[in-house]
Design a protein around this ligand. Structure first.
Ligand code: COA
Length: 700
């Protein structure tokens, strides 16, 4: 099978790219397009050329797997020259997602038509680069600077209708895209239409003043914080305005080359592939019979339960939510309605859509109502006995073959499964709050969870738009177990610095959306407090929580109570004199000397424990692969994506360096929390990385 085929439809040459799954523009595709365009262009029986693709999408981009390797000829410039330089009209026939290099090749064609549900975009910034096949020079010429900036700098795709109105598309095809494109091409040929070459067009000057770029930079500042590629993308569009086409293309090349060399592009490309790996569980046979999941039952209508209900209803699933009494059930429905109303008010969904999502959720106080559910998710209070009770009831009411899931974030799922007569049907589904928004779903595979139950849980995650990560049972699974060290060090640092601000600032500047103490306030300091109260005394470092515990005991539980580590009197976060006093008192009581702390030490103290615990999770087999841990932290805990995740970040530092720094802190802070994971010692001594460790075990 060839990656590019040439067919004839009357007097139209039809070039079809056929390179599953997404028609990424590999070397074979590039060579194939050049060759078929040449054949069609020199064939006297051909009037015009259509470039389309087989399968689920038009070309969805350059082949990312070629990035970083030696250049393979022919490159994009030759393909573009062949398309744009053709002596016969060339029409791109777009369906699915014309992304990145795919859209750039379409922009090299003389005309573009698309199916009405097609999407067009230049998402390269998400991979830490910019379009490098003249897209930054062509799109502003065709669509104007404002839309081009928006698409190239944010990476957000647009729909066919928007593209048509902006002049990117010449026609929207209803029905078969190929038939439509062929008819359109024949019409052009019959009319003697000229080859419209975007490289000959000037960037439209209308509405273009000196302020445009500065204003755009200002508007992007927050979103692009810490990122390298968006500024490069702005510079490339500036070049399109300031320079003749060929010079602009050269400038684009310089800018993308700088991106390619920047560590962020490696990290972002790692993240792209890592999130596509997580659903691969090595010992899970591919041809398992998954169960159909159409109706979801949820026990508990608090923040978590109602968020999960919404996540499922948003994806078109029917939901029965059960609360303890009618009042609780109504409260849960009110929560759901409030969120949906908010989405409708902000224009994110139409009113009819809001109503249909709400109508998929039924609330009641009768557990028997869950008897028809295919998947039952328990989201009640985080207490083992309470959860066991719920599972006894679920075991009694659920239909045979239903999956029973717990949303616990810490507890022993094997113990929960053991109270049922069907432990093979029990699995952990750890959602993150707000569950209708956060993309991470930790799927916890208990000792007896059946393979097809796990496979069904993975498919369910995908069906509701979540990124699943599979974990085994342990206290806190992957994400929360690692978090303990991060939060502990933040608490200790608070005693040492006496001031929360430098701690949060250092972590924010590392790239997190907020620091650990701000996060504590947002999540609620009482959550950790309750966990610690219920845990064995030696589980935690008592010094680490001295300040938090006192704050909780005086009713300062965080943002929700108007004050925690910080004050939130008018909604805005401000330094709290109370916290400063408590920190001073507690530091004195614990005999901890106050000192100024360099930002680098703060970051190391918070991030090295994540890496160390991550290594233990890998070694124990709790996490399948290092990149799964990265995905957990990117999607569930705000670790900066452009750093690739804690394990990728560690590889970048070098595990010998990581080891040396952990040993340094062991020397200063003691071995209780700072003993290096044996895996780090081993890999460092072998000069290996976590990535290599995954590769050696064949899980990459
Ligand atoms: N190059 C190489 N492989 C690619 C690719 C690309 N540009 N885009 C997707 N793939 C691979 C994925 O890694 C995945 O491989 P796997 O099945 O071995 O894991 C497979 O194609 C399917 O992709 P997936 O993302 O799972 O499918 P989807 O239907 O959910 O989404 C896209 C399809 C095209 C929207 C999405 O893959 C995407 O956004 N791709 C990147 C587009 C891009 O950034 N293009 C610009 C590159 S310069």
């Amino acid at each position: 099978m060839s990656a590019v085929e040439l067919e004839r439809r009357g007097r139209i040459a039809l070039i079809l790219v056929d390179h599953p799954p997404v028609n990424a523009i590999s070397q074979a595709v590039r060579a194939g397009i050049i060759e078929t365009v040449r054949q069609a262009d020199t064939d006297d029986d051909i009037d015009a050329i259509v470039l389309g693709a087989r399968g689920r999408t038009f070309m969805a981009g350059a082949d990312i797997t070629e990035f970083g390797g030696p250049p393979k000829e022919p490159g994009f410039p030759e393909v573009i020259a062949a398309l744009e330089g053709a002596a016969k009209p060339v029409v791109a026939a777009i369906h699915g997602t014309a992304y990145g290099g795919g859209l750039e090749l379409a922009l090299a064609c003389h005309y573009r038509v698309a199916q009405e549900d097609a999407r067009l975009g230049l998402p390269e910034v998400n991979l830490g680069i910019i379009p490098g096949a003249q897209g930054t020079q062509r799109l502003p010429r065709l669509a104007g600077v404002a839309l081009a900036l928006e698409m190239i700098v944010t990476g957000a795709p647009i729909d066919a209708d928007t593209a048509f109105k902006a002049g990117i598309l010449d026609e929207i095809v209803i029905g078969d895209r190929i038939d439509g494109a062929v008819a359109y091409a024949q019409k052009l040929a019959d009319a003697g239409a000229p080859q419209r070459r975007i490289s000959n067009v000037e960037v439209p000057r209308e509405g273009l003043d000196d302020q445009v770029f500065d204003e755009f930079r200002k508007a992007m500042a927050k979103k692009a914080r810490g990122l390298f590629a968006p500024e490069q993308a702005i510079k490339a569009v500036e070049a399109a305005v300031a320079l003749p086409f060929e010079e602009g293309v050269r400038r684009e090349r310089e800018l993308i080359t700088e991106c390619m060399r920047h560590p962020q592009s490696k990290a972002l490309q790692h993240a792209f592939f890592a999130e596509r790996q997580t659903a691969r569980v090595p010992d899970l046979p591919k041809d398992l019979d998954r169960r159909d999941i159409a109706r979801i039952g949820i026990v508990g209508g608090g923040t978590m339960g109602s968020g999960i209900a919404l996540a499922c209803a948003n994806a078109g699933l029917a939901v029965n939510l059960v609360e303890q009494d009618e009042e609780g059930a109504e409260r849960a429905m009110a929560t759901v309605t409030r969120i949906l109303d908010g989405m409708a008010r902000k224009g994110r969904i139409a009113e009819a859509e809001r109503d249909s999502r709400a109508s998929r959720i039924t609330v009641s106080s009768a557990m028997e109502d869950l008897g028809h559910a295919d998947l039952l998710i328990e989201a009640v209070f985080e207490n083992l006995d309470v959860k066991k009770d719920v599972f006894r009831t679920l075991d009694a009411v659920a239909k045979p073959g239903a999956i029973l899931a717990t949303n616990t974030s810490y507890l022993d799922i094997d113990a929960i499964a053991a109270v049922t007569d069907r432990p093979a049907d029990v699995v952990g589904l750890h959602f993150f709050s707000p569950a209708n928004i956060m993309k991470l779903l930790e799927i916890v595979r208990a000792e007896k969870t059946a393979a097809h139950v796990l496979a069904t849980a993975l498919a369910f995650a995908k069906s509701i738009g979540k990124v699943p990560v599979v974990a085994r049972v342990c206290h806190g699974f992957i994400g929360n177990r690692m978090l303990e060290g991060y939060v502990r060090e933040a608490g200790l640092l608070l005693l040492e610095t006496g001031d929360p601000e430098p701690i949060d600032k250092a972590v924010y500047e590392f790239g997190y959306p907020m620091g650990p103490l701000q996060m504590g306030d947002l999540a609620g300091l009482d959550i950790g407090y309750m966990l610690r109260q219920a845990a064995p005394a030696d589980r935690y470092d008592p010094n680490a929580y001295r300040v938090m515990d006192r704050l909780v005991e005086m009713g300062r539980k965080g943002q929700k109570t108007g004050g925690g580590i910080y004050d939130y009197e008018d909604g805005a976060r401000t330094q709290s004199a109370k916290t400063l006093t408590i920190a001073k008192e507690e530091a004195a009581a614990a005999h901890i000397a106050r000192r100024d702390m360099p930002a680098q030490e703060i970051v190391e103290r918070c991030v090295l424990p994540l890496i160390n615990e991550g290594a233990k999770l890998l070694e124990e087999g709790i996490a399948i692969r290092a990149s799964d841990i990265d995905v957990t932290y990117l999607y569930g805990y705000g670790f900066p994506r452009w750093r690739g995740g804690p394990m990728f970040y560690a590889d970048g530092l070098g595990l010998d360096h990581v080891l040396a720094r952990i040993e340094h802190y062991r020397g200063r802070l003691g071995e209780r929390w700072w003993t290096p994971a044996p895996l780090i010692e081993k890999l460092a001594s072998e000069g290996k990385s976590f990535k290599q460790y995954d590769k050696d075990r064949g899980v990459r």
